[in-house]
Design a protein around this ligand. Structure first.
Ligand code: PBG
Length: 339
């Protein structure tokens, strides 16, 4: 028996290129944006270098650039001007996201506009839904409230409808309420928006990797945590049930979030369901790469190190089974993939 020479297939760069199984493309990527009220602002975010909070005028400028680089899809997050207990700004006809969608659709051609549908950027308490105090102290002190699932569904439907009326292509409910996809699908259909899609944050874990994002939105929960609605990182079967449920409720695309510590979930979801699958390469996954590349000893080769790290990370997420990746690295990746 001769030696099996698998190295023949890795012999040189042209042979390796010929046999590549997972090719990352800029068209796989979705770039998130954070939008604030006002004019001519571009605020940076300490733990996320290169990511900003934009006012709409500057957002449009940045999008022109992103389009030129080949970015095909974006995900919008709004930051309320004045937060309140019920998150009422989230569904105003002239709310920040609604205005941004209209401006983008007027000025930028051929861009898939997806909007995050949630309350955490709009509520004073920072939770993703409507909070009702508990009359009787049946829970421990810290759990002295309930997140009212079905009341939240009404609000999420209103938000989704207001984004859709403004002209978005997909709404992306991320509150992890039971029945949110169904409620939103019904609201959109009832109002004649059969062609607006739903990208469901189906398997969204209660994760420590959202830290920098919560700094951006100032959306850290003011009491308790999100564990009664987001998933427990020790579970995986439950993720498949969540995804299955969302598909039945009418999701067009499903999502696993975060990505890196959850590649097994991405893999299992892709094996089990034949529906487009997105993965969210979240804020702390981004921030860790940035922090490492910023170290003084990496100064000279910073771009090279960062490029190789990011391409390996995103390729890994795609190899696990993601069709689409939401990532703050998208613009840089666009530049790197050109060469
Ligand atoms: C909120 C939401 C979160 C993210 C996207 N939508 C965070 C949270 O649950 O607090 C996180 C994204 C990121 O970390 O990049 N509904």
């Amino acid at each position: 028996m001769p030696i099996i020479r698998l190295r023949r297939l890795r012999k040189n760069n042209s042979v390796r290129e010929l046999l590549v199984q997972t090719r990352l493309s800029i068209k796989d990527l979705i770039l998130p944006y954070f939008i604030i009220e006002g004019r001519n602002k571009k605020q940076d975010i300490k733990s996320m270098p290169g990511v900003f909070r934009f006012t709409i005028d500057n957002l449009l400028k940045d999008l022109e650039e992103a389009k030129k680089l080949g970015i095909n899809a974006i995900l919008l997050f709004g930051i309320a001007q004045r937060k309140d207990f019920l998150g009422k700004e989230a569904y105003l006809e002239n709310g920040i996201v609604q205005k941004a969608i209209r401006a983008i659709k007027k000025q930028i051609k051929d861009l898939v506009v997806i909007t995050d549908v949630c309350l955490c950027g709009y509520t004073t308490h920072g939770h993703c839904g409507i909070v009702t105090p508990q009359k009787r102290k049946i829970f421990a002190k810290t759990q002295n409230f309930i997140l009212d699932n079905d009341k939240t569904l009404e609000i999420l439907s209103k938000i989704a409808l207001s984004h859709t009326e403004a002209g978005c292509d997909f709404v992306a409910p991320s509150a992890m309420m039971d029945g949110q996809v169904k409620a939103i699908r019904q609201a959109l259909d009832k109002n004649g928006f059969q062609n607006t899609g739903i990208l469901a944050y189906s398997a969204k874990y209660a994760s420590n990797f959202y830290g920098p994002f919560r700094e951006v939105l100032d959306s850290r929960p003011q009491f308790s945590d999100r564990k009664s609605y987001q998933m427990d990182c020790r579970n995986s079967d439950e993720a498949l049930r969540e995804i299955e449920q969302d598909i039945q409720e009418g999701a067009d695309i499903v999502m696993v979030k975060p990505a890196l510590a959850y590649l097994d979930i991405i893999y299992r979801a892709k094996q089990k369901f034949n529906i487009p699958l997105a993965a969210y390469n979240v804020s702390a996954e981004f921030a860790m790469v940035k922090a490492y590349c910023k170290k003084p000893e990496n100064r000279e080769q910073r771009t090279e190190i960062e490029k190789n790290l990011v391409l390996e990370i995103l390729t890994g997420i795609k190899r696990a089974g993601a069709d689409l990746i939401i990532t703050y690295h998208a613009k840089e990746v666009a530049k790197w993939l050109r060469h």
